[in-house]
Design a protein. Structure first.
Length: 169
């Protein structure tokens, strides 16, 4: 009976609500500098910002995928760098992924998906150098990045199929 009373009390507790952020406030967030920038392709947008926690590791990895309607106009790394830094302070290595957005050569399908797959595959190559644990990886995305995170969590066989597709097929 005590558990029921506790549960009902928690359900009745007031919830703090925050005001929604404006697009201008979101876009003007201060940028936090990463510990390393790693290239996973030749295009200018094919980079990962790595935010490392203290200690040698190996650390679990959060693959952070920004939103922005898949458009180049909404650069995502500055907006997600604060989240990445906060997660690093909490003990996670953060793999903050930039990918080609619409308005850049090769962006769209399948290029953007190929970028995400290549960025994630690069974790294994960088694991020893940066103290990453490639067996403990989770994807986190905001808006369009949420779609990409869900896709990235699909079985590797599905990701491989999408990587091999060409725009002319």
């Amino acid at each position: 009976m005590r558990w029921l009373a506790l549960f009902l009390g928690l359900m009745a507790a007031t919830v703090a609500e925050a005001e929604p952020a404006s697009l201008d406030a979101y876009m003007s967030q201060p940028r936090v500098q990463p510990d390393a920038v790693i290239r996973y392709g030749e295009a200018p947008s094919q980079v990962v910002e790595l935010f490392k926690p203290r200690g040698q590791g190996p650390h679990p990895v959060v693959v952070l995928l920004h939103g922005g309607c898949y458009l180049k106009a909404y650069e995502g790394l500055p907006q997600t760098s604060g989240i990445a830094a906060d997660l690093a302070r909490r003990g996670y290595a953060v793999w903050n992924v930039e990918y080609r957005g619409l308005g850049e050569p090769g962006a769209g399908y399948p290029g953007t998906f190929q970028d995400v797959a290549a960025a994630i595959d690069r974790i294994r190559a960088e694991a020893k150098t940066h103290g990453l644990d490639p067996t403990r990886v989770v994807a986190l995305g905001h808006s369009a990045g949420g779609h990409l995170a869900l896709w990235a969590a699909a079985p590797r066989s599905y990701r491989r199929t999408a990587r091999s597709m060409s725009p002319t097929r």
